[in-house]
Design a protein around this ligand. Structure first.
Ligand code: UT7
Length: 323
């Protein structure tokens, strides 16, 4: 008997305000055509002034609980993946715990930037397998609009705000890759590349700072590392890309998504793509894509999924799960 962390429900929240590419033409030397052709992005959502990451996260968590037919008092672990917490501390996860009315269990944040949701899922899986939690809310939530340099056309047109969440519960599996739930994970980081993508503020500078990115370099690493980590995670359970029903990638750039799918040998009709509507929502992008993919009727019970992501650190990784 193998304990598995099995998906019970999924949900997401996108702020009401939608900003189309064309809106940037008024203030920047850019065009809708450039943004669309270089990134695949057409629009993104931005949080309202009075909304923090914890608000977005709580809405997504509630939607996932509703989808699971569960209530917050049945949850004993919350992990929030975010790089845009409301405050330096406490964690967004404890804020969500309070907003859901929970006084039981434990909650903490994971910070692995765009790979954050993959790292959070791997942590939840490990805690569930170790018997330290039975039910977990795993949330990716971001308000990257708060850390944009609105004069930098190379970054500010790319990112958006949003949140997505999964409810996981411990179930007994057979130990084979036919089991539902998380089957394998592969996590990596290499701090030598920390200058490629970072925020130039924080506790040391006593201000929040703004995102800085060497886009071309990050692109190069993404294309090299994403297919590799997905293949590694699949190999760990004796599977290969041909067994995969859906690739659910981090949604940073359609060209990265396409070249990773090509390297994996998976056709684009087996890839969930939301980048056109959400932009890059960092740690929120994979749970958003899972939720949208399910509501579109793409992801169905029993499907084999592989998620992969890379971001600041650099940190990258992959999770294989059966829905
Ligand atoms: O989620 C975390 C991981 N992040 C990523 O995966 C992002 C990875 N990088 C990318 O997605 C792409 O590198 C970008 C979309 C950021 C840029 O695409 P690119 O094809 O690599 O373009 P580039 O940076 O090489 O820029 C090409 C040209 C430059 O002009 P010159 O130097 O050739 O004259 C840029 O200044 O495009 C210019 N440019 C723009 N032009 C119009 C950069 N941003 C814009 C813009 N509008 N918004």
């Amino acid at each position: 008997m193998t304990r598995r962390a099995v998906v019970q429900g999924v949900g997401h929240y996108l702020p009401e305000r939608i900003v189309e590419n064309a809106a940037f033409e008024a203030t920047l030397d850019t065009t809708d055509e450039w943004i669309k052709s270089r990134s695949g992005i057409e629009r993104r959502h931005f949080a309202a002034d009075d909304q923090g990451t914890s608000d977005l996260a709580t809405y997504a968590a509630q939607a996932a609980l509703d989808d699971a037919g569960m209530t917050a008092d049945q949850i004993d672990l919350i992990i929030v993946a975010t790089s845009t917490p409301d405050m330096t501390f406490p964690s967004v996860a404890t804020m969500v715990q309070d907003k859901l009315g929970m006084t039981q269990g434990y909650a903490f944040d994971v910070q692995a930037v765009c790979a954050g949701f993959v790292f959070a899922l791997a942590n939840a899986d490990a805690l569930i397998q170790a018997g330290q939690a039975k039910t977990a809310l795993v949330i990716g939530a971001e308000t990257f609009s708060r850390i944009m340099d609105w004069t930098d056309r190379g970054t500010c047109v790319l990112f958006g705000d949003g949140a997505g969440a999964l409810v996981l519960r411990a179930e007994d599996g057979t130990g084979t890759s036919d089991d539902r739930g998380i089957l394998s994970t592969d996590l990596n980081s290499d701090g030598r590349y920390r200058d490629l993508l970072y925020v130039d503020g924080g506790v040391a500078t006593q201000n929040t700072g703004q995102l800085r990115m060497q886009g071309k370099e990050v692109f190069r690493h993404a294309v090299e590392k994403l297919a590799q980590t997905a293949d590694t995670a699949l190999e760990k359970v004796g599977l290969s890309a041909e067994n995969v029903d859906w690739v659910v990638p981090h949604q940073a750039n359609i060209r990265i998504i396409q070249s990773t799918a090509k390297k994996l040998g998976v056709s684009m009709d087996r890839v969930v793509v939301t980048v056109q509507d959400h932009g890059n929502t960092s740690a929120a992008s994979i749970p958003l894509a899972l939720s949208v993919g399910k509501s579109r009727g793409q992801i169905k019970p029993g499907d084999l999924l592989v998620t992969e992501a890379i971001g600041g650190g650099l940190a990258w990784g992959s999770v294989v799960l059966r829905w």
